[in-house]
Ligand binder design. Sequence first.
Ligand code: UDP
Length: 371
Amino acid sequence: MSGTTLATAAQPGDRLRILVVSTPVGALGSGRGGGVELTLTSLVAGLLERGHRLTVLAAEGSQLPAACAGAALWTCPGVDQPSWQHMQREAAVQIPTDGLLPRLWRRALETAADFDAVINLAYDWLPLWLTPSTAAPLFHLVSMGSVAAVMDGAIAEVARWDQRRLAFHSHAQAADFALPQPPVVVGNGFDLAAYDFVAEPEPLLGWVGRVAPEKGLEDAAAVAAQLGERLAVWGLVEDPAYAAAVEASVPSGTLDWRGFLPTAQLQAELGRCRALLNTPKWNEAYGNVVVEALACGVPVLAYRRGGPGELVQHGVTGLLVEPDDVAALAGAVGQLGGIERRACRAWVERQASRQAFAERIEAWVRSGLGR
Ligand code: UDP
């Protein structure tokens, strides 16, 4: 732990008792919660390091990583919530029979009096709707941009009531919602010790993400094909038909499918790339994989859109081109010589360490509690 962290850690009387409510999509450790799992680990481990007392409420079968061993884990059985990610914009709220979501929130409300704050990490209607109607101090770290009208309405309602209860990962994400005040933007946090800096890359381009249309793999594949280079692809194939269509769109051998790897292995392979191509088609709330690449010293070439458009420092840690301009992205590969790999790592150390993230989360919660 750094001296700074010790110096700023909460004193006994100042310690917060925080309940963190996880996603109702998949047990922790299953990978099904996507980026939220990484956010939860950073948030919990970072707040523990700052001296706070943490309890995590999550789906039955969940496991906390070693970094969160100091937190209590409570689990609940129940049927997974359908994710909003792939719903129609006008879809209604659905709660399945024996649903996990209402069970998590019944437990949270029953025990809320034992906590100073309850932080919700799930992108769901129910906890947002409850917020203005309960004395329990509910906070929400919103994990996606706008995907459904009913969610937009629930977020706007909490914002009108007391916007200090909401935080976002990026300004671009927050701009999707009707917010009366400037947003609290907390970014995200990463355990730098888990990512090795690689000074000398191999002649390889990389792409990381769920293989699904909103992630835009086809554009990165087109860049690799145009340059006659190989593109290594890491991630869960969520949509096999889409993956097959991308594979068919480029000469065979262009895509090198590496599968979904645990962080330790992913970072070891990713670090060898000379650049990460990041090509989402939606308003990506943050872009964990952008920061993970930078942490290994890998420059990022991305569209000027969403979280990645804010994370990449043009000309310093990578290059940004106009959204969906594949030719410009291919041209950017030729300009990689101007980017220093050390500068990529240094940016993550300054802006996106777990410690920096935990400080921002604590400041948000204290301000929302009016302390
Ligand atoms: N990921 C992983 N192994 C892989 C590919 C991806 O662990 O082989 C993780 C990656 O580290 C990141 C998450 O999957 O934390 C994806 O999060 P992101 O915010 O980029 O996108 P989301 O899937 O949440 O839309």
